[in-house]
Write a protein that binds this ligand. Structure first.
Ligand SMILES: [Zn+2]
Length: 73
């Protein structure tokens, strides 16, 4: 069983070239992966995660506001 060098997810299949979890390129038979190949997907995932977090925060804030109006009104 191989594991993704970027996120550690298990990789099934010998012909798999990309991680099914994070999309990082996999190098068969080599433990070293160029940092330049890992940076773009990691950066994108981080940006997406931050955006989702902001959306979740706004949703919670709106929900709290609506709840307050319902309780007070
Ligand atoms: Zn991965």
């Amino acid at each position: 069983m191989n594991y993704c060098g970027a996120c550690g997810a298990p990789i099934s299949g010998d012909g798999t070239r990309f991680c099914g979890s994070c999309g990082a390129a996999l190098q068969q038979g080599s433990a070293t992966v160029p940092a330049s190949a890992l940076l773009p997907p990691l950066k994108a995932a981080k940006k997406t995660h931050t955006g989702a977090l902001a959306v979740a925060f706004v949703s919670v804030a709106l929900l709290a506001g609506a709840l307050t109006v319902m309780l007070l009104g």
